[in-house]
Design a protein around this ligand. Sequence first.
Ligand code: MLT
Length: 264
Amino acid sequence: MITTRCIDTDTARIAVHLRGHGPVALLVHGYPLDHRMWLETLRSELAARRTLVAVDLRGHGQSPWMGNREHGMELLAQDLADVLAVLTDQPADVVALSMGGYVALALQAMQPRLFRSLCLVDTRATADSDAVRAARKTSLTTVVEQGRRAIADSMLGKLLAPQADLLARGRVQSMIESTPVETILADLHGLMARPDRTSSLSRIAVPTLVVVGEHDAITPPAEARAMAAAIPGARCEVVPGAGHMVPIEAPAAFLQLLDSFWRD
Ligand code: MLT
């Protein structure tokens, strides 16, 4: 059974969804999503070997928006550090997708000792390009003037591979449409402001796996390979047929990769 728990930190109330036994594995979702993107992972047999903990970043899922105008990656990373401090006194396996990966890289730079291993999924270490920043500025207005449905409409084609089924589309759409407008605004500001972390990749000293969908249009395989090449000992796995949402689009392949990574 998946249980839900709220953790009050000094600055936020963070919901976590847990299943399993053993060392903590923290699952960090992307923008503008929530813990539900890890449903298959939470329900998997990996729960026999890890306490799987899918977090709702502040303002997402069951964690309320706390009034921040900007969700900087360091702010979100501090929330993860606070959550881990409550859940475990041991280093954790961190699995993080896209914006979750930006947050995990911020946490890795701030508190590397919290990590036992790192799995970066459909993410990048670089900052936004000028074109991406301009698109985010448009999204700031779009979400206020036209609502979350317009954000979902503009993102779905980029988040999922063309062959993704209706259920995958529906799930991603539901998550985007249930994310508060305030959160979307704060996330967009935080995403635009995030620094390039490429130079810190060489300092990652824990086992690292990079996973990317073959058709990922947001963080393409070439970028994932370059990121893995910059992390000592890291491996990059490209998942055939999937887009930017590998854990939803290709859960069996994803879980197999995670399983063998954690067994290494
Ligand atoms: C995500 O999935 O978290 C976003 O697509 C990340 C981004 O827009 O850079």
